[in-house]
Design a protein around this ligand. Structure first.
Ligand code: ADP
Length: 240
């Protein structure tokens, strides 16, 4: 498989790159760029994408019961219980069907097993799993410099983009804020949770679907990562 594909070739006519992989999981630590890349891939390939973190934040900001329940976990940098994560993903799949780019799901082996079995019930399975890898120092720097729009999901770096907390989001005009888990205290916890609960998901896929799993260095520039991801999405695995 080529490790680079001209993006213009993909954006010009998405049909021309069919068949594409349509059930995609992006794995990676906080701030590895899963959300940004998921959104770019979704726009390019017309595959619905979902961030379980964004779904939970939306529930929190609307003050729903589920949001209140989730806030107790997310604000401390802990994962919400599998049952709750599975509940929101099941509802999302009911509405959107079994084509997806998942950002932030599955995050535990239990969630990965649930996803495999629910896809098996639909007589299908995952097409592509990509792990975005980033060293801890870069994760910390990115998280502590990150401000976010809770309305449209855009994120900015105070040092790279110069946007500050309290300023209007350049994309939708809502206020930019620091996420309640983008703090030094919650970050240590999130990294520990990532190592203890989410990295085993990589081990799970290494065993169950080694030919679907790819690794990308998330320290590279966003366009370079997108080019690699696009190539993976555009090519059928037997062409790889
Ligand atoms: P990041 O990838 O930057 O940590 P996310 O937006 O993906 O941020 O997730 C934010 C928080 O939402 C997580 O720290 C966790 O508390 C909760 N969360 C998101 N997805 C899941 C999931 N699949 N299972 C359990 N908790 C989740």
């Amino acid at each position: 498989m080529p490790d680079w594909l001209p993006i213009s070739a993909l954006t010009a006519n998405p049909d021309s790159v069919n068949p594409v992989n349509q059930r995609i999981v992006l794995l990676g630590p906080p701030a590895s760029g899963k959300g940004t890349q998921a959104e770019r891939l979704a726009d390019c390939f017309f595959i619905p994408h979902v961030s379980t973190g964004a779904l939970l934040r939306s529930e929190c900001s609307r003050g729903t019961l589920l949001g209140q329940e989730a806030d107790g976990w997310t604000s401390k940098g802990l994962l919400v219980p599998d049952e709750l994560a599975v509940r929101i993903v099941t509802a999302w799949m009911k509405e959107n069907g079994p084509r997806f780019i998942f950002d932030g799901f599955p995050r535990t082996v239990g969630q990965a097993e649930y996803l495999d079995s629910s896809l098996a019930e639909l007589r299908t399975g995952l097409d592509l799993i990509v792990l975005l890898e980033l060293p801890d120092e870069m994760i910390c720097r990115r998280i502590l410099e990150r401000i976010s729009c809770l309305k449209c999901g855009a994120t900015f770096s105070t040092s790279l983009h110069g946007n500050q907390e309290g300023a209007p989001c350049p994309r939708c005009g809502a206020l930019l804020v620091r996420r309640n888990d983008d703090t030094e205290e919650a970050l240590d916890q999130r990294l520990e949770v990532y190592r203890d609960l989410t990295l085993p998901v990589v081990g799970y896929y290494e065993k169950t679907s080694p030919n679907l799993l790819h690794r990308i260095d998330a320290g590279e520039g966003s366009n370079a990562i997108f080019a690699k991801l696009s190539a993976l999405v555009a090519y059928k695995k037997d062409e790889a």
